[in-house]
Structure formats: C-alpha cells, structure tokens
Design a protein around this ligand. Sequence first.
Ligand code: NAD
Length: 360
Amino acid sequence: MSKNVLVLPGDGIGPEIVTEARKVLDLINDRFALDLEINEALVGGAAIDATGVPLPDATLEAARAADAILLGAVGGPQWDTNPDFQIRPEKGLLGIRSHLQLFGNLRPAILYPQLAHASTLKPEVVSGLDILIVRELTGGIYFGQPRGIREKEGGIREGFNTYVYDENEIRRIGRVAFEAARARDKRLCSVDKANVLEVTVLWREIMEELGKEYPDVELSHMYVDNAAMQLVRAPKQFDVVVTGNMFGDILSDAAAMLTGSIGMLPSASLDENGKGMYEPCHGSAPDIAGQGKANPLATILSVAMMLRYSLKAGEAADLIEAAVSTVLDQGLRTGDIMSEGMRQVSTAEMGDAVVAALNA
Ligand code: NAD
C-alpha cells in the first residue's frame, strides 16, 4: 500500500530548504520504488496570510492522514506583532505536535569530522561528538494550564504559566530515551531541576522506577543548570540526554551549536506508533531568507530520519547520510559552515551536489 508524506514548507528559508529536500526525497522514492504519495500544505505565517490561521483544518486533516510529515520552518517578524498568540506561526507547529501527540523529540547532535573546526569549542573537546537529546514535546510548561497575563490588585499585570507533567507523560518519554540509549552506548542522563521544582521531583522518581526495567542502561541525573555547563565544558561525557519540553528546547540548541552549525542538524518528533514529523532544528532564519544562503543539509538529513523511523527504509537513509558526508568531503560549504580553502555554494547547489552524490 502506498504511503503518504505531507510536506509543509512554512516560512522564511522553509520553502528553499524544502525544495532541496524534495529533490532528494523524489529521487529516493523512484530509486527504491517506495510508492510514496507526496502532498504539500500550508502552515505557519504562510497559512495565516492565506487563511487567517496558522494551522488550517485542511492542513491538520492532511497531517492526520499522513504516515510522515516533513516540515521546513515557521515564523518571521511580520507575524510577531499579533497580540493574539493563537494567530502566531509557532501555533501551527505546536498544534500539529499536540493534535498528533508527537511527544518524543529526537535531536541528534553529531559533529561531522569534516566540520570539527566549525565549532566554537576546541576541536579536542568536540571531535567525535555524538549526543542524542530526547526532549518531551507535548507537555510541560509550554502547554500547561492555566496560563496568561492577568491584572492583580492595584492594576499590576502578572504573567503566569503552569509547569505540569503527569507520571504517564514522564514514563512514555522515559521509555523512548531508555530504548534509544539501549541501542547506543547505554548511558542515559536525565536532566531536571529537582532541587527547586516538584514537577521534576516526580520526573526523577519515574526515571528511577523505569531504570529498574533497563538494568543494562546506566542512568544518571543532572540539574539543568549544571547540564548546560557540562554541555559546553565536556560534551562528550553524554550519550543520551532525556529532559522536559522547556529544558530540552534550550539544551538542544546549545548542543546544536557545539557541532558548528544549526544548519546541519535534523530532528524527529514521534508518536507512540512511529508516525513522525521531521524538521531541521533551526528556525526560519528570516535574516537570510530568499537569498540562496540557507544550508539545506539539516532538512535533507531530516528526510533520512523520516525514511528510517517512519517509512522503514533504513537503507535509503544510510545512502542519504553517506551522500551528505561525500559533499562535505568534496569541500562544498554553505555560508554557515564555510571555512578557508572550501568552496562556498548556494542552497540549490548544495541540494544538487547531494543528488549528484546519490547518483554517483
Ligand atoms: P533561526 O534558527 O531561524 O536562526 C538563528 C541563526 O541561525 C540566524 O542567524 C540564521 O540565519 C541562522 N540559520 C538558521 N538556519 C540556518 C540554515 N539552514 N542555514 C544557514 N543559517 C541558518 O532562529 P531565530 O532567528 O531565533 O528565529 C527566527 C524565526 O524562526 C522566528 O520567527 C522563530 O520563532 C522561528 N523558529 C521556528 C522554528 C521552527 O519552525 N521549528 C524553530 C525556531 C525558531
């Protein structure tokens, strides 16, 4: 039976990087006779402009029907002034994640040896880096109720959010992380703030409880402030890191930067059945949108993750990852990863080079 892939280009550099990723996906679809049906829909600012809302019903329906979703990025300053948060581009993304219960966010931070110099850290601190950050994505303070801005006595305004996780939410993300650790170096570090926040006292308890089911995985705990420090001090100490939504948001961006460019990092957001949304870790980069400067490799590597996790085409995923390594070996670089002696290429040239490497 044919499988259905929904492509959401989004805003800013989204359409540019997705165009390159589509070249790769279309080629793989033909080469491996995957019989994928590929459709496109609007999300984020593009959807607000066309329909008035960031997640039109038609897009949500298409997302529900799809076996996998490939997203570019959403957002931009032109939509940031709307006082109604429901009409912000990010709501499109958060809406898909929560409606589809894509609770398990996998963010690998791998340093390609060809880019060791691109990191702001010393090469000996980062070379060989291979971390997987597992971030809970549909709960925690980004979704907790009540939330808002209200007026207190005396007309003083206060903003408030609610940080909440129930034990089932903690357990299911914990399982994803333990399973991932089991398939890697068998070390899992759970990050919390259990010295201050009750919600993460429960988080730690549940992780300990789960740890008994995974005696082969070495479980450790770290407070989030220390984790941030350790990530830039000695990042290679980590194998798999599991944490909640907000801490994961921040730590995964820090981990991304260790690798030199956020433009190199893919991500997957999975539900309980392996259906997923795949997207680069970066945003819509409005500062370089429309200039052919964006690095499409994170989006192309997201296609590889999609093939591996949702479309069960691991061999095709391996080929794409090898092709990315080949173009780096050839010395091709977009501006974000450019260094002396390398050849700077545009977004489209980078996409074409990956296609050429796949065809070689
Ligand atoms: P950003 O990731 O878009 O950009 C940060 C910096 O990295 C910029 O200098 C940008 O030019 C650069 N960069 C990002 N991706 C790149 C790529 N592929 N190639 C080369 N350079 C790249 O983060 P930001 O500036 O904080 O946010 C911009 C917009 O994106 C905001 O509207 C934000 O809300 C949105 N955003 C969306 C997502 C998403 O769609 N998943 C994630 C984060 C931010």
